[in-house]
Design a protein around this ligand. Sequence first.
Ligand code: ZN
Length: 342
Amino acid sequence: MKAAYFKEHGGSDKILYDDYRDPVVGPGEALVRVRACALNQVDMLLLDGRFPPPEGLPHVNGCEVTGTVEATGDGARGLARGQRVIIFPGFSCGTCEYCLRGQRTVCVRYGYLGAHKDGGYAELVKAPAANLLALPETISFEAGAAIPLAMLTSWHALVAQAKLRPGQTVLVQAAGSGVGSAAIQIARLIGARVMTTVGADDKIEFAKSLGAEHVVNYRTQDFVDAAKQWTGKRGVDVVVEHIGGETFEGSIYTLTRLGTLVSIGSHDTHWGRLDLRHVYSKNLRIVGTNLGSILELRTILDYVVAGRLRPVVDRAFPLNDARAAVQHVLDRKNKGKVLLVP
Ligand SMILES: [Zn+2]
């Protein structure tokens, strides 16, 4: 098959488009013909080596995939050849202490499609058959590929972890990102009020169209001051943070008493300073979160079918132009998800 892969770490110029080993389907697995695959920030960490692929190089990125069932291994039931599917990207063992507690995202053997295994920047990808959900007819392959990681992570962060309630205030960092554009919509769906940040003025209208009430260009305005003003000095109830560094540090200062910061990524840096006085004196909660459950993904698909959540696609590139797609994301030119289509 053809794939866009890399065999050394670096920038977008390290992406090669060429023949690559075909995935071999084992028992309980399914082979999927990729129809669309979304790019993700974790792809950039895998590519540049900040998060080297656990199984080594060469490696194929791509954790958000829709497609059709091409073949199934022994014991893989309930799937028909040609069926439209969306892949739930998390792998868990089902037997460790955390899986048995029902917390599969912290499985001791946890893995992601496209990180721990080769992913969807390819014509074919394999996954456990149990990770495949039917993709409703009303959701296109392109829109579907914008859902699994971005929408699911934001959903789990706001609903399950922050326990966001109607009327609360939320700061969502980076409206133009996949998780940002999803988090704004989900917070609005819950009935919360949203403030968000953008890195360019041409993203302000985009953020408002998703439901953000107040949009701040963090390059020209201090988002901590802006959050204080927006809330009448009170501070926000919840922050969705996925940048790290000074953004993380500032995000803590925007929280009101008993506020919650959900940490769902570290796209600029893995490090961040923390003024502990704010944490203990205001009784803040800092909650780490990753992905969500396959049941939550089904719930999100229902909301998308009902038109209450909208996967946000910036643009699709052909698979053989993966280099340009990756550079588009690295340059932060995207408003929502960037896709690859074989
Ligand atoms: Zn486990």
